[in-house]
Design a protein around this ligand. Structure first.
Ligand SMILES: Nc1ncnc2c1ncn2[C@@H]1O[C@H](COP(=O)(O)OP(=O)(O)O)[C@@H](O)[C@H]1O
Ligand SMILES: CC(=O)N[C@@H](CCC(=O)OP(=O)(O)O)C(=O)O
Length: 249
C-alpha cells in the first residue's frame, strides 16, 4: 500500500510520531511505500533564506534557487521520517532515477511532470523487508532536480506499483459542504469528483489530492482513500474501507 504523507499531517512532532507508528503497524499486514511532501518545512527554509516563492494553480513556482532549498529541506525531512518509521530507507527521486520527470510548464520554473517511476528499485527494497520513504523531488533527463507536488508523486508511485493508496491529511476526507464534517463523502465516483472540482466544493489543496487519486486509479491502482492522519488506526481502517473518502475506478 502507498501512504502519502503531507505537510498538514506533520505539523507537530507528536503527530509525526503518531503517523509513523500507524505506518509501522500497517507493515504487519501490508508492504508499505511512503511518499512524502513537506510544504511547511519548505516554507520555513525558504523564508529563513529570504528566497521568495508563490503558488500558481496549487503548485509552487520554483526558481533554480528555490529548487535548491526545496531539495535541501525535503532531504532533511526524509531522513527524519525514515528514522521515525524504522526499518526504512529514505530516498529522493535522484536515487537510481526513482522518480523521473520533465518540465511541466516553463512558466512554473523547475516544476516536474512525472514521466516514469523506478518500480524495480521499490520492489527490491520491499523484497528485503525494508520500507521505502520517498521525497517528492524528481530527476530530469540531465540528472537535475525537479519539484513535484507530493500528491502527484504518490499517485504516480501507486499507479506504477498497481497498489492502493491512502492520502493522509488534516481533514477526515472529502466533505460535500466543507468544512462541515457531517458532510463527509464515504465514497466518490469519478464523475462526482470531477463535478465537485468543476462546481468548486472541492477546492484548494484538495484538488491535487483528488486528481492524483483519479490518476492513480487510471494507472491501475485498485483504490484510493483520502483520510485524516490525526485519527488513531486510520491506515488499517482506510485499507478496509472504514475511514475517509474512498475513490474507486
Ligand atoms: N471539499 C473539501 N473537503 C475537505 N477539504 C477540502 C475541501 N475543499 C478544500 N479542502 C481543503 O483541502 C485541505 C487539504 O489539502 P492540503 O492543505 O494540500 O493538505 P496536505 O498538506 O495534507 O497535502 C483541507 O485542509 C481543506 O482546507
Ligand atoms: C510543485 C510543488 O508545489 N511542490 C510542493 C512539494 C511539497 C508538497 O507537495 O508538500 P505537501 O504534501 O506538504 O503539500 C512544494 O514545493 O510545496
Amino acid at each position: 500500500m502507498i501512504v502519502k504523507y503531507g505537510g498538514n499531517a506533520m505539523k507537530s512532532l507528536e503527530l509525526r510520531r503518531a503517523v509513523a507508528g500507524e505506518i509501522a503497524a500497517l507493515r504487519a499486514e501490508h508492504a508499505v511505500v511512503v511518499v512524502h511532501g513537506g510544504g511547511p518545512v519548505i516554507e520555513q527554509e525558504l523564508s529563513a533564506r529570504g528566497v521568495p516563492s508563490e503558488f500558481r494553480g496549487g503548485l509552487r513556482v520554483t526558481s533554480p534557487q528555490a529548487m535548491q532549498v526545496v531539495e535541501l529541506a525535503l532531504c532533511g525531512l526524509n531522513k527524519q521520517l525514515s528514522q521515525d518509521v524504522g526499518r526504512a530507507v529514505g530516498l529522493m527521486g535522484r536515487d537510481d532515477r526513482l522518480l523521473q520527470a520533465e518540465l511541466l510548464d516553463p512558466e512554473l520554473g523547475r516544476v516536474g511532470r512525472v514521466t516514469g517511476v523506478n518500480a524495480t528499485l521499490l520492489r527490491t527494497l520491499l523484497g528485503a523487508g525494508l520500507t521505502p520513504v520517498v521525497g517528492c523531488v524528481a530527476v530530469d533527463e540531465a540528472g537535475e532536480p525537479l519539484n513535484v507536488n507530493a500528491d502527484t508523486a504518490a499517485g504516480a508511485v501507486a499507479g506504477a506499483l498497481g497498489d492502493g493508496i491512502v492520502f493522509l491529511t488534516d481533514v477526515e476526507g472529502v466533505y460535500r459542504a466543507y468544512p462541515d464534517p457531517q458532510s463527509l463523502a464515504p465514497h466518490l465516483t469519478r464523475a462526482e469528483a470531477e463535478a465537485g472540482i468543476e462546481a468548486g466544493w472541492i477546492a484548494g489543496g484538495m484538488i491535487p489530492k483528488v486528481r492524483a487519486a483519479l490518476d492513480a486509479l487510471d494507472r491501475g491502482a485498485p483504490f484510493a482513500v483520502i483520510a485524516s492522519g490525526m485519527r488513531a488506526g486510520v491506515l488499517a481502517q482506510a485499507a478496509r474501507g472504514a475511514a475517509g473518502t474512498r475513490l474507486t475506478p
